[in-house]
Design a protein around this ligand. Structure first.
Ligand SMILES: Nc1ncnc2c1ncn2[C@@H]1O[C@H](COP(=O)(O)OP(=O)(O)O)[C@@H](O)[C@H]1O
Ligand SMILES: [Mg+2]
Length: 412
């Protein structure tokens, strides 16, 4: 952080600057020393971070007021008043300037100590300011919402595994929010014992406070995913309104790269609130007629809500043959097609009953492959390669995985 260690002396008499230079000669790293004649000239200072040493000529009411205004505009600047006499201004003006010290400049050791302390404070402030700016500039996380027109399509299975897959593939910060407020199953599917749930977090209506306490109210899953489960008591669901959902999602987006949202079936007001914040929507369907019929209505409603087509993907779950309808039949009805097809597998209910997500225990399974297929195009380039490597492993036929080719024996 070069350039922040500036010390600028404000005094027409050059003696003070010479004294300060001598006092700081052994300091490491050496601060950059500048000198100006009066407070007005300070305004031309290009890098207003560091320490202002104001000499005795600044001890009048007008200069103190100008210094106060300067400090207010540049909060990372610290001020040392080097006055050898009581200033010709009320003590109140000296106090409002927020100076770090009022020191007689003829006391060399005290002046040195005061300037060094102010340099430390200025360094700290500059670092904090930089961090705050970086934070403010950080893009908001993506909100990936999982929903479906019919129950039992596998939303909770998909949402939990999607979150685990994102954490594993991208290594970025992932949160999982259960908006199935009455009968949420995320907690069971991940075998968690949460201290706090969505109803506790939604009760914090001050955005600043929410940002401060949010992370400690989430429950960590061993995969690295941070979970905010649905309330333990279904009666508490009523206490969470759509505005609360928007506010909590906003706070999660500020702190996480990905926020995966599990939803109840259909398009209730909670899901609509999540849609407002969503960057991508995964709509699940299964292989049955009611799923297909309701999917059409669901898509028509989303169209009326003007959800951009590019921001939604259809996922076919429980794909299998021999149930009287297959993926090709549905694809004829929905020409946009499915972003991925996840096979029917008994591994899924088994994993949900045991509380260990399938993506964590069987990342090389076809089910996990289907999940990766659904997100790979939405990932940053570096993570796509990692995701494809995973899928490639999955597509090696089982017999090749079991019987690795042995090198041909060398000719005798
Ligand atoms: N691909 C799959 N293969 C087999 N069973 C599945 C699959 N996906 C989900 N299931 C099972 O279907 C049931 C409903 O899944 P769930 O995720 O709870 O659906 P939803 O949240 O949409 O109501 C669960 O018993 C789950 O284990
Ligand atoms: Mg569910």
């Amino acid at each position: 952080m070069s350039g922040q260690r500036n010390v600028i002396v404000v005094e027409p008499d050059p003696h003070l600057a010479v004294t300060v230079e001598a006092l700081l000669s052994g300091v490491h790293p050496v601060p950059e020393l500048l000198a100006v004649a009066d407070v007005e000239e300070l305004e031309s200072w290009a890098r207003p971070t560091g320490v202002v040493v104001a000499g005795p000529s600044c001890a009048d009411k007008q200069s103190l007021a100008a210094l106060t205004a300067f400090r207010d505009r540049h909060p990372a600047v610290r001020i040392v008043l080097a006055f050898d006499r009581r200033p010709g201004a009320p003590m109140r003006d000296v106090v409002t300037i927020g100076a770090d010290a009022l020191i007689d400049p003829t006391h060399a050791e005290s002046l040195r100590g005061a300037i060094l302390r102010a340099i430390d404070l200025a360094d700290g402030l500059a670092a904090a300011l930089e961090a705050a700016q970086e934070h403010a500039a950080a893009p908001l996380g993506q909100v990936l919402t999982v929903c479906s027109a019919t129950g039992g399509c596998g939303k909770t299975f998909y949402a939990t595994n999607l979150a685990v897959a994102l954490a594993r593939i991208t290594g970025r910060k992932v949160a999982l929010l259960d908006l199935d407020l009455q009968f949420g199953e995320v907690m069971t599917a991940l075998r968690l014992r949460p201290q706090h749930t969505m109803s506790d977090v939604a009760a914090i209506d001050d955005e600043g406070e929410l940002g401060t306490y949010l992370t400690e109210m989430l429950t960590a899953h061993e995969s690295g995913v941070w979970v905010l489960p649905a309330p333990l008591d279904p009666a508490e669901a009523d206490r969470v309104g759509p505005e609360d959902i928007g506010r909590v999602l906003g706070a999660l987006q500020e702190q996480f790269d990905y926020v995966v949202v599990d939803n109840p079936t259909g398009l209730g007001e909670g899901t609509l609130a999540a849609l407002d914040r969503s960057t991508h929507l995964f709509i699940l369907a299964a292989l049955d007629l009611s799923s297909v019929r309701n999917l059409r209505l669901f898509l028509q409603t989303l169209d009326r809500l003007r959800i951009p087509q590019d921001d939604l993907s259809l996922i076919l779950n429980k794909d299998q043959t021999g149930v009287g309808i297959d993926a090709a039949d549905i694809e004829r009805l929905f020409p946009r097609g499915f972003r991925s097809k996840i096979p029917y597998s008994r591994q899924v209910p088994r994993s949900m009953n045991s509380g260990v997500p399938l993506f964590a225990s069987e990342p090389a399974s076809l089910v996990a492959g289907g999940i990766v297929e659904g997100i790979v195009d939405l990932l940053p380039q570096d993570a796509r390669d990692a995701a494809r490597e995973l899928t490639e492993v999955q597509h090696v036929p089982w017999y090749r995985r079991m019987f690795r080719p042995t090198p041909a024996p060398a000719d005798a």
